[in-house]
Design a protein around this ligand. Structure first.
Ligand code: AN7
Length: 359
């Protein structure tokens, strides 16, 4: 019997494509290597002849794709002698920053918008011991404050304006290319600050330029209608959506994402909260995959663009599911149709509950 070496995280796996040295102390929690799941039921349900895969990034150590960038950003912060990191966050970045900071033995300061962060993410930042600063403002205002603090103090910013973040995140594209032995026709992805769409395109192009694959996907970025600066063609000052992760009106990678759109011959589109919630539910009920509301916008958008013919029949599509559904238990419980049945602890009562609910 032969044993494969233990998976120790994406920096170790893609060491020669990432900015690390042989003696760099790697701060890792075993991130990356997430499943690419082929949807078996949804294409049939929507009566479309397409091949859809979901890249389930919610299975990273802190439950979102942010871990890919955070392992790199915190590794470099520690290498450069930093003792503290800071970020503004709609939730997932703060959870990842908090976890990787405790792994490294440094301090994380996180600025979050008061009342607009999903419960699981807040719990993560708190339990990992981050200094959680709730501001009476939105993500965009928090981001401006963090940039000021970055100028005035030696604290390292770990938002995606930190270039190491995108380096780590590009590895998601490597994994997809390896698993599919080439690029999908379309890559559909939620867009908030637009760091992730930018990082994926970097990863796709890198393998293409090195001749590892010979095709590239068209990148399609989706935003929530109430927070869709790429659709409006300008910044949005009061973004709002139930998908709090992407409640962002001033994307930090604005210029970079427009380049991605042009180079990949892709496009941006928007979905309503009702559409993204419906997609979240469809994935849970028909595929057994639980992602958070913001993540489901990739599938919601893809389904719209398939229905309209913008994504043609026969296409191979990858949708990134950026975060785990457990991040936002409140929305999940509100979305559940069946609810919970309460009965006496008696055989008859339980039997009746079962018989009444047989499919
Ligand atoms: C689940 O945590 O910006 O377009 O502060 O948590 O790279 O910003 C989160 C973003 C998509 C958007 N899906 O990615 C934060 C934060 C989920 C997210 C996005 C986020 P970008």
């Amino acid at each position: 019997m032969t044993f494969r070496p233990r998976y120790t995280g994406l920096i170790d796996r893609y060491r020669d494509r990432l900015p690390v040295h042989d003696d760099t102390r790697i701060i890792s929690l075993g991130e990356g290597n997430t499943p690419l799941i082929r949807l078996n039921n949804i294409p049939r349900l929507i009566k479309q002849n397409v091949d859809i895969y979901v890249k389930y990034e919610g299975l990273n150590p802190t439950g979102s794709f942010k871990d890919r960038g955070m392992t790199m950003a915190v590794t470099k912060a520690v290498e450069e002698g930093s003792r503290a990191i800071i970020c503004a966050s709609t939730g997932n970045t703060s959870a990842a920053a908090a976890a990787y900071a405790s792994r490294a033995g440094i301090t994380a300061f996180v600025l979050i918008p008061e009342g607009k962060i999903a419960l699981g993410k807040l719990a993560q930042a708190m339990i990992h011991g981050a200094v959680v600063i709730q501001i009476k403002g939105n993500f965009d205002e928090g981001m401006e404050l963090v940039k000021q603090i970055g100028k005035e103090t030696p604290i390292t910013i770990v938002n995606s304006i930190n270039p190491y973040r995108l380096q780590g995140q590009k590895t998601a594209a490597f994994e997809i290319l390896e698993e599919l032995s080439g690029a999908p026709d379309f890559h559909c992805i939620p867009v908030g600050n637009a760091g992730n769409i930018t990082a994926h395109w970097m990863g796709y192009k890198e393998y293409h330029e090195h001749g590892i694959v010979n095709n590239l996907p068209r990148m399609v970025g989706y935003q929530a209608s109430g927070a869709a600066p790429f659709m409006r063609g300008k910044m949005v000052d009061n973004p709002d959506t139930i998908a709090t992760a992407i409640r962002i009106g001033h994307p930090q990678s604005w210029d970079k994402a427009w380049v991605v759109q042009k180079e990949s011959n892709g496009w941006f589109d928007e979905c309503t909260d009702a559409e993204l919630l419906a997609a979240q539910k469809m994935l849970t009920e028909h595929e057994g995959v639980f992602c958070e509301p913001a993540s489901a916008i990739s599938l919601a958008g893809a389904m719209k663009d398939i229905a309209s013919g913008k994504i043609p029949q026969g296409s191979k599509i990858v949708c990134t599911l950026t975060g785990h559904g457990l991040k936002d238990p409140d929305t999940a419980i509100k979305q559940s149709t069946r609810g919970v049945l309460t009965t006496d602890a008696k055989l008859d009562s339980v039997k009746r509950a079962i018989l009444d609910n047989l499919k």
